[in-house]
Design a protein around this ligand. Structure first.
Ligand SMILES: Nc1ncnc2c1ncn2[C@@H]1O[C@H](COP(=O)(O)OP(=O)(O)OP(=O)(O)O)[C@@H](O)[C@H]1O
Length: 489
């Protein structure tokens, strides 16, 4: 069922056209977002829907009834508004403020306060988390709390349509999440329709079923956030570079604006150094990393790669916590560090790099093959305890990699490592077949994300060829050093 219909709505302030033939409709129970840069007409649109501004051009209906046919009280029984900046009415308590929302439901010349009124007020206060402030004077609340009190007033109205202008303004992160979760819940459970102006693109993406993107009063896009909020559109509308990524926990896109200056970053400025028990690769600027490492797994931005040496008898049960402590004790920020472990002597770390015309690939590798394993036959192994003794690799690329290129770089590096093991005849001791790796290998692929863009890094691409060759070279040399050291008395 259509709750709100906006058809060819235009608006002018004097000679200035601020809305130009805007058309959309919102279904009952939908959470609909209005987004766009400053001055694009969002608030004006909301004011026209809420009858705060007279509608001169176009048509707006609520539940099929034209706005002009609704009296103020009829309108208030259907819709509630939370404006961008609500006036602070001095002398009222929180409860009295919220109780004003019940006005539209009261009848007769001398309305009485009913059980329903009380229940609606209590429920609205609970929804915004202000029960404990119920008797506080409004002016003693913080900006965020006051905003929540006004929202409670709108909710107490028990509207079918809720119009919000930047509802999470002034709110801290927990207040925002609580409020938005409640709105979604109200939309799903009792069919409340919400139309809200959002400045934060990520909030709009995470919470709205659909959005309209306004640019200079015109519709730039209309649809589900994942479909319409493309980097190209946002870049055009907001005139700022935008990166779109997948949310780590929800199937929604998240957006980051790229600060100026980042583009000009020079090459990574890599340096390999050694502590007593670790090989440390340091970059001058944070690198974007995809890794399977103990610390910093997944996608991260990191400046340091620490390959820590532990004894063969190291107890791996609390390895992550232990590594975290180790990094902190040695002055590395765990949030900016990729941390790996190995039982190999880290002085045998191999460091190779190749500088092509327009890009650079560098690889650090340590190799110990005590746990060598054939991935195709590992199912034949008896369950075994995880032991350190591992092939660890860090592949650094001076270039801008797409997510596909990151994953392909991981594949290319893994295949090249397997080939190095095959060519050095490293065997899985349990199956007697050629090993493809060890049971606890780690890999980090890091990129400067500046300069030339690489869409792919498969074995046939220019980047993939460099990765394959350098990984093969580094792992082969690391295996030889491992063998030589073991051969020594
Ligand atoms: N009362 C008014 N008289 C004249 N011009 C106005 C008036 N109200 C808004 N405007 C202008 O209309 C344009 C649209 O304003 P509006 O408040 O709708 O934009 P917005 O998208 O909500 O902006 P913001 O993100 O800054 O809140 C702006 O250029 C603004 O300066």
């Amino acid at each position: 069922m259509t709750m709100l219909e906006v058809r060819a709505v235009s608006h002018q302030y004097g000679l200035k056209q601020v809305l130009d033939h805007v058309t959309f409709s919102v279904e009952k129970g939908e959470l609909f977002g209005i987004v766009g840069p400053n001055g694009s007409g969002k608030t004006t649109l909301l004011k026209l829907i809420s009858k705060e501004l007279p509608l001169v051009s176009g048509e707006i209906t609520i539940s099929g009834q034209p706005l002009s046919a609704l009296s103020a009280k009829q309108w208030a029984r259907m819709a509630a508004v939370l404006p961008q900046t609500a006036e602070t009415a001095y002398g009222y308590t929180v409860k009295e403020t919220v109780a004003l929302g019940r006005y539209a439901h009261q009848r007769g010349l001398f309305p009485t306060w009913t059980k329903e009124d009380e229940a609606a007020v209590q429920e609205a206060l609970a929804a915004v988390g202000l029960i404990d402030k119920i008797d506080e004077p409004l002016e003693r609340l913080s900006g965020g709390e006051r905003q929540r009190a006004y929202l409670a007033r709108a909710l107490a109205q028990e509207p079918q349509l809720l119009l919000l202008d930047e509802p999470t303004n002034h709110m801290d992160i927990s207040g925002q999440v609580r409020l938005l979760d409640r709105l979604v819940e109200a939309a799903r459970s009792r069919g409340l329709t919400v139309v809200a102006v959002f400045h934060d693109m990520n909030v709009a993406s995470l919470y709205c079923d659909r959005v309209i993107v306004l640019k200079e009063g015109k519709t730039a896009a209309l649809g589900a956030p994942a479909d319409v909020m493309t980097p190209a559109l946002l870049q055009e509308v907001f005139a700022a570079p935008v990166v779109r990524q997948a949310h780590p926990a929800a199937a929604k896109p998240v957006f980051s604006f790229v600060p100026k200056g980042k583009e000009e970053s020079p090459a990574a400025g890599l340096r390999l150094s050694f502590l007593d028990d670790a090989a440390v690769l340091a970059a001058r600027k944070p690198l974007r990393v995809l890794s399977s490492a103990l610390i910093g797994a997944g996608f991260q931005w990191a400046t340091h790669f620490v390959n820590r040496q532990v004894g063969l008898d190291y107890d791996c049960r609390d390895a992550e916590e232990d590594m975290h402590r180790y990094l902190e004790q040695r002055g590395f920020l765990p949030e900016r560090t990729v941390g790996m472990m190995t039982a190999v002597d880290v002085r045998d770390a191999v460091w190779v790099q190749e500088e092509g015309e327009a890009f650079l690939v560098a690889v650090m590798a340590t190799a110990g093959v005590g746990n060598a394993i054939d991935a195709a036959r590992s199912w034949q192994h008896k369950p075994f305890a995880v032991k350190p003794g591992t092939i660890n690799m860090v592949v650094v690329i001076d270039g801008r990699l797409t997510d596909a290129a990151f994953v392909q770089a991981v594949m290319t590096a893994t295949e090249a490592k397997a080939k190095a093991l095959a060519d050095r005849s490293v065997c899985d001791p349990e199956t007697g077949t050629v090993a493809t790796g060890t049971s606890t290998d780690s890999l980090a692929v890091a990129a400067t994300q500046t300069g030339r863009t690489f869409a792919y890094a498969g074995t046939a691409t220019e980047l993939g060829r460099a990765i394959g060759r350098l990984v093969y070279e580094a792992v082969t040399e690391a295996l030889d050093r491992y063998k030589r050291r073991r051969g020594r008395p």
